[in-house]
Design a protein around this ligand. Structure first.
Ligand code: DHB
Ligand code: FE
Length: 302
């Protein structure tokens, strides 16, 4: 079909509006529909293919997998890169790199002062202590900043989404002390893979791609007057470190996993050998001329 004929149809659809509606929604939907009409035409998409895709999307929604697909198709990383660019254009530099939130945060984790143990003692993984400070972009500590942390267990599963784990297992909210210091005790996570037999896996198979993420730990770090940081750190040496299906690994987010033992564990109630990560988070001051990092999205809460 001629592109002019397609555009005439699009115009007819657009002209059928009898009230203003929401101009922003209209602009976006009209653009997406136009792009899809042209895709169908240019790639000669058959009716079978169209309805297969529609059914795929329906099933994806029913299984709650759209958040995974957004990560796996690179949309979530793309949004990060757009925020990075907006900050660069506004002359901002420094600060801990952001990286994707992913779909597995749960609001409402118990809050602790300064330090928290976030594993329940049943995970066979190696004991981990992670500690550091929250700093402003002037290098000064941010007293009482909030560090929210969440990660997967030794099977790559997240509590809440994996009902076999206790509530808020491997999740915590740590209020840094007056010197901006935080620490937590947990276990070293392993990598995550998209749910077997799910729609994300089915799509990735069709694309000839895997659905693995390297072992990682998620953070929200916030302090009044500063831009909320959404980020992750990776466990070094993971085979998928630079082959993440969600494209979230970034320079500056792969701290050394140190070997520690003995008296080093005392402040955290750890005996014997353990893994230690030292990592400071640096936040940028809030400003009015760059898009906010306080992103609204549907999140689980318990
Ligand atoms: C996905 C899983 C994660 O653990 C994560 O951090 C990001 C994305 C996912 O399945 O898409
Ligand atoms: Fe994750």
């Amino acid at each position: 079909m001629n592109h002019d004929t397609i555009d005439a149809l699009l115009q007819k659809i657009n002209d059928s509006a009898t009230s203003e509606g929401n101009p922003r929604t209209k602009a976006i939907v009209n653009r997406v529909v136009r792009d899809l009409f042209h895709t169908i035409e240019d790639l000669d998409v058959t009716p079978d293919e169209f309805w297969t895709a529609l059914n795929f999307l329906t099933e994806t929604g029913k299984r709650g997998e759209f958040g995974l697909i957004a990560a796996g198709l690179g949309f979530e990383h793309f949004l990060d890169l757009r925020l990075d660019e907006a900050e660069q254009k506004a002359g901002m530099e420094g600060g801990t790199p952001r990286t994707i939130e992913g779909p597995l945060y749960v609001a409402g984790a118990p809050e602790s002062d300064g330090h928290a143990r976030i594993d329940d003692g049943t995970d066979p993984g190696q004991t981990l202590v992670m500690r550091g400070r929250v700093l402003g972009d002037d290098g000064k500590p941010l007293a009482h900043a909030l560090v929210e942390v969440w990660h997967a267990n030794h099977l790559g599963s997240y509590s809440y989404f994996d009902a076999s784990q206790p509530a808020f297992n491997l999740r915590g909210s740590i209020r840094a002390d007056a010197q901006g210091r935080y620490s937590f005790r947990s276990v070293v996570p392993v990598g995550y893979s998209v749910p077997p037999g799910g729609k994300t896996e089915q799509l990735l198979d069709q694309l000839g791609r895997h659905g693995h993420r390297p072992a990682h730990i998620h953070f929200f770090v916030s302090s009044p007057g500063y831009r909320k940081l959404t980020t992750q750190i990776n466990i070094e040496d993971d085979p998928y470190l630079w082959d993440d299906f969600a494209f979230a690994t970034r320079d500056g987010l792969v701290p050394e996993l140190k070997k520690a033992e003995g008296a080093q564990g005392e402040p955290y109630g750890v005996t014997g050998n353990f893994a230690l990560i030292d990592f400071d988070f640096t936040l940028s001051r809030e400003r009015g001329d760059v898009p906010t990092t306080q992103v609204q999205r549907a999140r689980a809460a318990a």
